[in-house]
Design a protein around this ligand. Structure first.
Ligand code: PEP
Length: 250
């Protein structure tokens, strides 16, 4: 009922030529994948060129961030309309690196979610605890607060188009992965929260990814959890061979 979704977050890696070469290679390795929705979250500089390459195929394009304003004097920023204009279907919102290094808060995340929907972009909303919070045993409460804040005033129609990425901060780029069981438990909690907010039918439709050092070797175990519907992958998404294996594993 929920189509798995695998998103590669390239972060600040790849020139346009490198991004194009990745896509050409991936299209040979995994042509027209349909069982799993494949999404490439490329740097803003490559989006236009990739959109041309991906046209007519099944791989979707995503941005890694957007600004919440329609337009204006926000030097260096990119709006939802601009991302839609270059062919993005999805946009990552509230990645922990944005929260940590660029001061994003639950409030800006919520504003960005609304900006995305206004222009027909689907948000991949990142939530997750740091190591300290995990050691204090407050992971579920923390993640619940982030989910509730991100979805404030999001309509029941829109919520079924949201993707939530549960990414424990201590597992991102560290090689440490949450156990499949732990990751699955938090994802189950996220679904329960969505069901409380919007009703069980909507909660059941919400797609929830796990992210944090996902690799071809561990994706199948994570995907076997009933409430994990996909993965948001950083490091292991940079190589087309590895991304193709992740698609097979998902
Ligand atoms: C991420 O960037 O969202 C991520 C999960 O990175 P990595 O897979 O490298 O841990």
């Amino acid at each position: 009922m929920r189509k798995p979704i695998l998103a590669g977050n390239w972060k600040m890696f790849k020139t346009v030529a490198q991004a194009q070469s990745f896509v050409e290679h991936l299209q040979q390795l995994a042509p027209n994948t349909t069982d799993v929705e494949a999404v490439l979250c490329a740097p803003a500089t490559s989006l236009y060129a990739l959109n041309n390459l991906l046209a007519g195929g099944t791989i979707k394009l995503a941005a890694q961030n957007l600004h919440q304003a329609e337009e204006g004097a926000y030097t260096g920023e990119v709006s939802a309309l601009m991302l839609k204009d270059v062919g993005c279907s999805y946009v990552i919102i509230g990645h922990s690196e944005r929260r940590q290094y660029f001061g994003e808060t639950d409030d800006t995340v919520n504003q960005k979610v609304h900006a995305a929907f206004k222009h027909g972009l689907l948000p991949i909303i990142c939530v997750g605890e740091d190591l300290d919070q995990r050691n204090q045993g407050i992971t579920k409460n923390w993640v619940e607060e982030q989910v509730r804040a991100a979805l404030a005033n999001v309509s029941a129609d829109d919520v079924s188009r949201v993707v939530i990425a549960y990414e424990p901060i201590w597992a991102i780029g560290t090689g440490q992965t949450a156990t499949a069981q732990d990751a699955g438990d938090v994802c189950t909690h996220i679904r329960q929260v969505a069901s409380e907010m919007y009703g069980k039918e909507k909660g059941d439709l919400l797609r929830i990814q796990y992210g944090g050092s996902v690799k071809p070797e561990n994706i199948a175990e994570l995907m076997a959890q009933p409430d994990i519907d996909g993965a948001l992958v950083g490091g292991a998404s940079l190589d087309p061979g590895s991304f193709a294996k992740l698609l097979q594993g998902a």
